[in-house]
Design a protein around this ligand. Structure first.
Ligand SMILES: [Cu+2]
Length: 165
């Protein structure tokens, strides 16, 4: 798990060097969204995952309650939990709390955005526009940089997202 996380940090860094315009942070009021990225998807794959770090620098709790994107029918907020020894994803119907002063990381194997009903594959090097909806901060428009993952290239992305490690 730790090694996997380091691999993601490393790939984020290389993206920042290769494409500094894509690896930016988004600020709206007390909310900062850092390094939003999405995993590239295969042809015909119905869903994709989105990841980022959300920081609430304000004095009041906030909550990510949803989002919209032109590239998919629906944006859901998911978590991953153990269910009888199997890791499964579950929709957070009440959203994801971002407490005052806290940072919450959305990453593979943990909290993530799920783009449901992709209209086209997510291609590395492109960006996905997403309007995030926060309870307090309102709408925050961000661009998710699409990256390919080099580990286990033969496996579907969703299996990697939600498989036990
Ligand atoms: Cu999911």
């Amino acid at each position: 798990m730790k090694a996997f996380h380091h691999a993601i940090v490393a790939s984020s860094l290389s993206l920042a060097i290769a494409a500094p315009l894509l690896a930016r942070d988004y600020v709206s009021g007390a909310i900062t969204v850092a390094h939003p990225w999405a995993r590239k998807t295969a042809q015909g794959q119905p869903t994709g995952g989105g990841f980022m770090v959300i920081t609430n620098k304000g004095k009041a709790d906030d909550r990510l309650i949803g989002g919209t994107t032109p590239i998919a029918a629906e944006v859901q907020i998911h978590t991953v939990s153990m269910d009888g020894g199997i890791m499964r994803m579950r929709r957070l119907v009440d959203g994801l709390p971002i407490a005052a002063g806290a940072s919450v990381e959305l990453r593979p194997g943990s909290y993530h955005l799920m783009f449901i009903g992709l209209k086209a594959p997510l291609q590395a090097g492109t960006t996905v526009p997403v309007t995030l909806q926060f309870q307090r901060a309102g709408q925050v428009r961000v661009e998710f940089a699409v990256q390919s993952m080099t580990a286990n290239p033969g496996m579907p992305a969703m299996d990697r997202d939600h498989a036990p490690r």
